[in-house]
Design a protein around this ligand. Structure first.
Ligand SMILES: C[S@@+](CC[C@H](N)C(=O)[O-])C[C@H]1O[C@@H](n2cnc3c(N)ncnc32)[C@H](O)[C@@H]1O
Length: 307
């Protein structure tokens, strides 16, 4: 995350104190794991906000940064002058989008006033809407509408309303779990049927070839602060945030031939890529005999386009 944001996160954590923060972080991760976000209501606003800032925001920021970079590439010069962040929380996705669209005007819509207050501190030029997205009808139109890690907390029919508000594109990011992917896939099916066009990550608008119990997700590496490590009793100074996402547009954009949907596997003289293509999921084995392809594969990673 940008340096000034990380410094504020540390300050907020210090205000709450380590013991209270550790209890809040444990309650928060249990609440999210069990899908009982209502349990977070037991925490004070300061504890809830500090725990989110330290333990979740760096990860959701990094996932959103990765997704929005891809969206920026796919949308090319499509005009994105205004961005609506639905369920903005402490502003992670808006901060990430600001890196890719520094000129855009932001609106952050959030019902938790403590989270919104923190978000406002990070993006003082953004407009804020302290409201419940499920009852705000219609949602205010913006060029790009984002719902990062929030759709799962909202009532399902909202996908259509998010799409109605999106003049250029809609981006939905969810945890990279079977449940998160199933929600993303439902949005994909519903909105492609309503005339939306694919932007990312899929290389086609045809039916998704992923079959249960598999699920389509990607990963972004997140540095763990020493405080985060202590809170989580973690050894590693990084974690891999898994996420599923979909980006849909009003106008067709150029799609890649394929996308890499697993970590590439390396063996001497052989790289194996699992790719999603317009004709389904395929395994590509690339040997040194195809020199340029081999070199390209060596530089490629899970989530990259291929071909
Ligand atoms: C897991 S947090 C994600 C926050 C942020 N987008 C991020 O990526 O870090 C989900 C957010 O959605 C908000 N939210 C849930 N239901 C909402 C609703 N009906 N209206 C507005 N915000 C809502 C929650 O208050 C919470 O801040």
């Amino acid at each position: 995350m940008p340096g000034p944001v990380s410094r504020v996160v540390d300050e907020r954590a210090e205000e709450v104190g380590f013991g209270a923060l550790k209890r809040a972080a444990a309650a928060m991760s249990e609440g999210y794991r069990e899908g009982r976000v209502s349990a977070l209501g037991r925490l004070t606003a300061a504890e809830r906000t500090a725990a989110y800032l330290v333990t979740r925001m760096p990860a959701t920021y990094t996932a959103a940064y990765s997704v929005l970079g891809e969206v920026r590439t796919r949308l090319g010069n499509a005009p994105v002058a205004t961005i609506l962040d639905v369920g903005a929380g402490t502003g992670a996705a808006s901060l990430a989008a600001h890196q890719w669209y520094p000129e855009a005007a932001f609106t952050m819509l959030e019902r938790d006033s403590a989270f919104l207050e923190a978000a406002r501190g990070f993006l003082p030029d953004a407009a804020v809407l302290s409201a419940d997205a499920t009852t705000l009808d219609p949602l205010p139109p913006h060029d790009l509408v984002m719902a990062a890690y929030s759709l799962g907390e909202l009532a399902k029919p909202l996908a259509h309303r998010l799409w109605q508000a999106a003049r250029v594109a809609l981006v939905v990011i969810e945890p990279g779990t079977p449940a998160g992917f199933s929600l993303v896939r439902a949005v994909r099916d519903q909105l492609l049927a309503a005339g939306a066009r694919m932007a990312a990550p899929c290389p086609a608008e045809t039916a998704c070839p992923v079959v249960h119990p598999d699920w389509c997700h990607f990963a972004a590496r997140v540095e763990r602060s020493s405080l985060h490590r202590r809170l989580k009793d973690a050894q590693l100074n990084y974690e891999d945030e898994k996420f599923s996402y979909i980006a849909l547009t009003r106008n067709a954009v150029s799609l890649p031939e394929a996308r890499i949907v697993r970590h590439p596997r390396y063996q001497p003289g052989l790289i194996t890529l699992e790719v999603c293509t317009p004709t389904g999921l395929h395994t590509e084995r690339i040997t040194k005999r195809t020199k340029d392809k081999f070199r390209a594969a060596r530089k490629s990673a899970w989530g990259d386009v291929w071909g």
